[in-house]
Design a protein around this ligand. Structure first.
Ligand code: C5P
Length: 317
């Protein structure tokens, strides 16, 4: 039976601005998304029958139909029934390294890997934009996860416009294992507290989304200026998550005082906090300092770095 093993990188948000509420209930966003080296490994293998099954080494990850990777396979089966009949169903095995419910798009990256893997298993020859379009029906971050890199994302997060590739910037990530923030809760709370300041005029709205393209952080990315990028980090969702989760606020404040840290921010709807750091050595030192300040074993710390790609094939049989 044929199989592909794929690398599915996580993402951080260098920028997340909430512009307005959309008629579909989602929020109109302007974001800068960045792939990082921390990744899950996904194996997709053809089956002799037409079923879909998911295995995962992480106890918090469901292996039933609620798993986004399962839903990605079900979507491919529904869209390409002839390929399903010809090549059979798929067994998906997820080797999890990305923290779960963390604001790092782990589930979305897994789903993107399944789309890419099944495209290969079934010889479909889909283009990147066809895969992104399929991904958008699964979740707002899935299209980005397909090709990854450094990207401006607008609309729900599914309209992508690539930025120049960044030279690697070292990153320390901190996440409490037992702390999860619901993305739906974060957006709903933001709407309740700050919805009165949402833009309503369609012209203003388009102008605001377009403004991100000429913003300071985009200039800093074009100039490969890590220090300036770190100074311009922004995430509107911090306004609701930090007050509600004191542990996240504490991490945010602790990172800001560490030598070598260029800037710090919460990723997505949290609760992961990241710090951009000058060098790998300093990143390792920052990790040790945070561990010494918070010896709680519930706190997971990672040193990683920015990368320039999304899903990649590691091997095939
Ligand atoms: O698209 P995804 O399923 O990842 O989104 C999770 C939740 O986050 C949505 O159900 C919605 O409540 C919120 N969301 C939003 N606006 C976006 C993206 C997500 O309100 N652009």
């Amino acid at each position: 039976m044929r199989s592909y093993t794929l690398i599915a990188p996580a993402k951080i948000n260098l920028y997340l601005e909430i512009i307005s509420q959309r008629p579909d209930g989602y929020h109109e966003l302007a974001m800068i998304l960045q792939s990082i080296e921390l990744a899950d490994e996904i194996n997709v293998q053809s089956l002799s029958n037409e079923s879909i099954c998911v295995n995962c080494n992480h106890s918090q990850v469901p292996t039933d139909k609620s798993n986004l990777a399962y839903r990605a396979a079900a979507l491919m089966a529904a869209k390409f029934p002839e390929a399903l009949a010809k090549y059979g169903g798929v067994e998906i095995t997820i080797n999890k390294h990305i923290p779960v419910a963390a604001g790092l798009a782990g589930g979305s990256a897994n789903a993107a890997a399944v789309l890419v893997g099944i495209d290969l298993l079934w010889n479909l020859g889909l283009t990147k934009s066809e895969l992104e379009e399929l991904g958008a029906t699964l979740g707002s971050d899935v299209p980005f996860c397909v090709a990854g890199g450094t990207v401006i994302a607008t609309g729900r997060g599914e309209q992508l416009s690539p930025l120049p590739s960044l030279e690697p910037i070292y990153i320390v990530l901190a996440k409490y294992r037992s702390l999860e923030v619901s993305t739906a809760w974060a957006y709903k709370t933001y709407r309740q507290e700050f919805g009165s300041s949402y833009l309503r005029d369609p012209d203003n709205l388009a102008a605001r989304a377009a403004a991100v393209h000429s913003g300071d952080i985009v200039k800093a990315i074009a100039n490969q200026d890590a220090g300036e990028i770190a100074q311009k980090l922004h995430n509107d969702l911090e306004r609701v998550v930090l007050p509600a989760y004191p542990q996240v606020l504490q991490l945010r404040e602790l990172f800001a005082t560490q030598a070598g840290v260029l800037g710090t921010m919460m990723s997505g709807s949290g609760p992961t906090v990241f710090a951009l750091v000058e060098s790998e050595e300093q990143a390792q030192a920052v990790k040790l300092q945070i561990r010494a300040a918070i010896p709680d074993q519930d706190l997971e710390l990672f040193v990683t770095r920015t990368i320039t790609h999304g899903i990649q094939v590691a091997s095939s049989t």
